[in-house]
Every structure is written in structure tokens, then in C-alpha cells.
Ligand binder design. Structure first.
Ligand code: SAH
Length: 262
């Protein structure tokens, strides 16, 4: 894609790493800077979550290194990914580290940035549309609306490294504010039970959105009390985000006029 003439696009110098978010999937949701990086990079070090339509925008001679981590499957250690970035940069390559969504939202982007700092390698951070906010918006679910919430919590259902839940879900339930959960599926029943112990009603609206903005997108509407059952019944699976709270019930007010994202 030709971005010539777009104002102030930075050079991508040899030996630099760009830590970029690819957004939730649909290439039209890339930022201009991410697209610029994709079109200039020598090496693209990407996750499994990065959509193949995005990777197709790279140079014909770009070198792809897939380091995808997916829950439950054997995956490269974060240390190895850091090493790959450092090695390729030291070879004088223009290295694009491309992550699903935003690199600094549950994506280990921080760990990579710190590793690059320690190695003395120059890098740039390019934000991306995070799947929790973009996936919800495209389903007609606002992150906030004046009438429903003054805060919204982005929370990880489990840690990518060890599959354990790291959060105090009862405390989040006590907040009474909507939650948008990443990596929620493995712990869904436990999380839903804890949120209810914290005080969220079983009738709280919920929505599960799988593979937002890809050809495999699915949406299942539910409630907090029936979330785990509805997930099992519908067979909805990763990658998915789960929205819990009044905002999840608002989408039906938009359906009469809202045009689908495709
Ligand atoms: N950095 C990413 C999140 C990485 S954690 C971001 O900002 O979006 C991986 C989790 O992101 C998945 O388990 C899922 O919860 C969510 N996710 C990523 N892409 C998604 C998509 N297209 N649709 C739904 N959920 C997605």
C-alpha cells in the first residue's frame, strides 16, 4: 500500500525495532504508523494472533518469524523472543515486532521494551486498537456511556505464562463497574462465581465475542449467571473477549440502524 505523501512518517532505520500493535484482525483497523512499519520492515516477528491479511501487506521479500503463544500449547519462551529481536536488530535488520491488538495491553510488550533497553537497542512503540475495546465497539457495545458507567475495567482472565488467574475477582465485582475480560475462557466459571460473590447480580448482561473483525467472528449474548453454561453450549472459544456489565446490554438499542463492520 502506498503511503508516500502521508505527512511525517518516520524513517525505519536499520537496526531499530518497532514494537507495534496490529489491532484485532481486520487490516483496515491498522494504524497508519503500523502499516508504514509493515511496509518497510525487513523482519516481521509476529504472534499467532496477527491476522494473515495483515501479514500480506509486508514487502514480498520480508522475512517472517512466527513466535505465537497460544494458551495450552507449547510456545516459545519470552526470553527467546527477546533474544530474537535483539539478534535481528544487531544484524542491522529493520525489525517489526507485530502483536495482536495493542502491544502494551496484556501482550508482554513491556518485557520486550525493557529487554531492548538493556541491550541498548533503539525502538519505537506503535499503539494498536486493543481487541477488548474495538471488538466491543464493533458489536455495538460502548466501553462507557453516561447513563451506565464512569469506569471500565480491562482484566486478564489468566496469565499467558502459567494459565493461573492473577486477579482478585471479588474485589472487581464489588466495584460494580463493567469489565472487559481478555483470555477469559479457561477460568470463566470461577471468574463469574467470584464476581457474583463480590456483589454483581446474576442477571448482569454479558457478551462473548470471539475472533472479532475476522471472518470467524462470533457473538454470544448471555448474563453473568449463565456465562459459563452459555459458553459451553455455544462452543465459543479463544481468542475471545467477554464483556460483563450494563454496557453489554446496550447493543440492542443500536441494531435497527447500525451498519455491520464488514
Ligand atoms: N495485546 C492484545 C491482547 C493479547 S492477550 C490486545 O490488545 O488485544 C490475547 C487475548 O486477546 C485473547 O485471548 C483474547 O481475549 C483477546 N483477543 C485478541 N484478538 C482478539 C479478537 N480478534 N477477538 C476477540 N478477542 C481477541
Amino acid at each position: 500500500m502506498n503511503l508516500d505523501g502521508f505527512p511525517d512518517l518516520p524513517d525505519f532505520p536499520a537496526g531499530e525495532v518497532w514494537l507495534a500493535g496490529a489491532g484485532p484482525g481486520d487490516p483496515r483497523l491498522l494504524t497508519v504508523l503500523a502499516l508504514h512499519g509493515i511496509s518497510k520492515a525487513d523482519d516481521i516477528v509476529h504472534d499467532a494472533l496477527v491476522d494473515s491479511r495483515v501479514l500480506k501487506l509486508a514487502r514480498a521479500d520480508a522475512h517472517f518469524i512466527k513466535v505465537g503463544k497460544r494458551g495450552g500449547r507449547p510456545s516459545p519462551q519470552q526470553r527467546d523472543i527477546n533474544e530474537t529481536l535483539i539478534e535481528r536488530a544487531r544484524l542491522g535488520r529493520r525489525v517489526l515486532r507485530l502483536k495482536g491488538g495493542d502491544p502494551f495491553v496484556f501482550g508482554r510488550g513491556w518485557d520486550e521494551a525493557i529487554a531492548l533497553v538493556k541491550a541498548g537497542i533503539r525502538f519505537r512503540v506503535i499503539p494498536g486498537l486493543t481487541s477488548g475495546l474495538a471488538g466491543a465497539a464493533l458489536a455495538g457495545i460502548p466501553a462507557t456511556s453516561r447513563d451506565t458507567n464512569h469506569a471500565v475495567v480491562l482484566a486478564a482472565g489468566h496469565r499467558a505464562e502459567d494459565g493461573r488467574s492473577a486477579g482478585d475477582w471479588e474485589a472487581l465485582g464489588r466495584l460494580g463497574q463493567p469489565l472487559i475480560l481478555y483470555m477469559p475462557m479457561a477460568q470463566l466459571a470461577d471468574i463469574a462465581a467470584s464476581l457474583q460473590r463480590g456483589g454483581l447480580a446474576a442477571t448482569t448482561p454479558a457478551a462473548m465475542i470471539q475472533s472479532a473483525t475476522t471472518g470467524n467472528e462470533r457473538l454470544v449474548e448471555s448474563t453473568l449467571g449463565t456465562l459459563a453454561d452459555d459458553a459451553a453450549k455455544s462452543g465459543i472459544g479463544s481468542p475471545a473477549i467477554v464483556v460483563i456489565g450494563a454496557i453489554a446490554g446496550l447493543r440492542k438499542e443500536l441494531l435497527a440502524s447500525m451498519v455491520g463492520w464488514q
